[in-house]
Design a protein around this ligand. Structure first.
Ligand code: NAP
Ligand code: MN
Length: 264
């Protein structure tokens, strides 16, 4: 079995990365940065987001594991003092796999047939470059509302504890194949109206955002911010692909929610 390790880059994460690499090689596992079967992320949730984007072209062949060197993470749920246990578990394959849904965002442009497709593990957001964001929102081909405000956030279940939560979205168990749309400061008065509540869409209910006047937007895909010009439409749905996590011990999602937000 081949493995790779990504580190947050600080001294603590780098030291742990080196130790794990040596341990795993002692167990006859091969270090392979290009085609790993297992990717270990050492740092925080942000480090796992980075690892996901690095290996997103081979998700069906890669299982992720996250070790946290700071606070408990949703993706990084192993502690540094558990790494010996983790290494032994990794060395004696096969291990269990759990899969989480991802978000697919397709941006289409005013001129020409090209389109861009993005996968997000947490969420995608759409904001204007200048002034109020105005977007026609369509769900399953039907006009739903004209949104005016700061922006829209479309989150995965595992991303629901991140930006989505700060926007008043619900926490969604990652066994549910869905995406959630939340608003960023919508304008609501006698003239302009949006639904105001977070919306949960099942797999294959596509939503489409169509610009009303401006055509340039700031779109985020997890930690990445992209300037998108001459946009014709932005389409979101549950992706066909999933992220796979290697599971070596039970750590239920609701316990991670409890330990992260209530008490540890
Ligand atoms: P960051 O600024 O370090 O991330 C913000 C915080 O979100 C960090 O504490 C990060 O944990 C945590 N986080 C990331 N994914 C999470 C998840 N699925 N559930 C719960 N917490 C999560 O930047 P980053 O590490 O590159 O992460 C990018 C993410 O930041 C975006 O995907 C977005 O969800 C989030 N964000 C949140 C807000 C907000 O809450 N107002 C605003 C912008 C972006 P670590 O410290 O372990 O990395
Ligand atoms: Mn971070």
């Amino acid at each position: 079995m081949k493995f790779a390790i990504t580190s947050k880059g600080d001294a603590k994460s780098n030291t742990l990365m080196q130790r794990m690499r040596t341990y795993l090689q002692d167990f006859q596992l091969d270090y392979d940065e290009d085609q790993p079967d297992i990717v270990i992320s050492v740092g925080g949730d942000g480090t796992l987001l980075y690892a996901f984007h690095r290996y997103k072209n081979r998700l069906d062949k890669t299982a992720f594991v996250g070790v946290h060197t700071g606070h408990l993470g949703f993706y990084a749920d192993w502690t540094p003092d558990e790494i010996e246990k983790l290494v032994i578990a990794l060395a004696k394959t096969p291990f269990q796999i759990v899969e989480y849904p991802l978000l697919e965002t397709i941006v289409r442009y005013q001129h020409g047939g090209r389109e861009a497709r993005f996968l997000a593990l947490n969420e995608s957001t759409v904001k204007s470059v200048e002034g109020t964001l105005v977007m026609d929102v369509e769900i399953r081909g039907q006009h739903f509302e004209t949104f005016r405000g700061d922006g829209l956030c479309i989150a995965t279940p595992s991303g629901s504890t991140a930006y989505n939560k700060a926007l008043g979205g619900a926490i969604v168990h990652p066994s549910i194949d869905a995406i959630q749309i939340t608003e960023l400061a919508s304008i609501n008065n006698r003239v302009f109206r949006t639904v105001g509540s977070p919306l949960l869409l099942p797999a294959h209910h596509t939503c489409m955002f169509r610009p009303v006047n401006a055509v340039n937007f700031q779109i985020t895909i997890d930690h990445l911010t992209l300037l998108q010009e001459d946009v014709k439409s932005i389409q979101c749905r549950v992706a066909d692909e999933k992220i796979r996590f290697a599971r070596f011990r039970p750590f239920p999602f609701w316990k991670r929610v409890h330990d992260s937000f209530i008490a540890n």
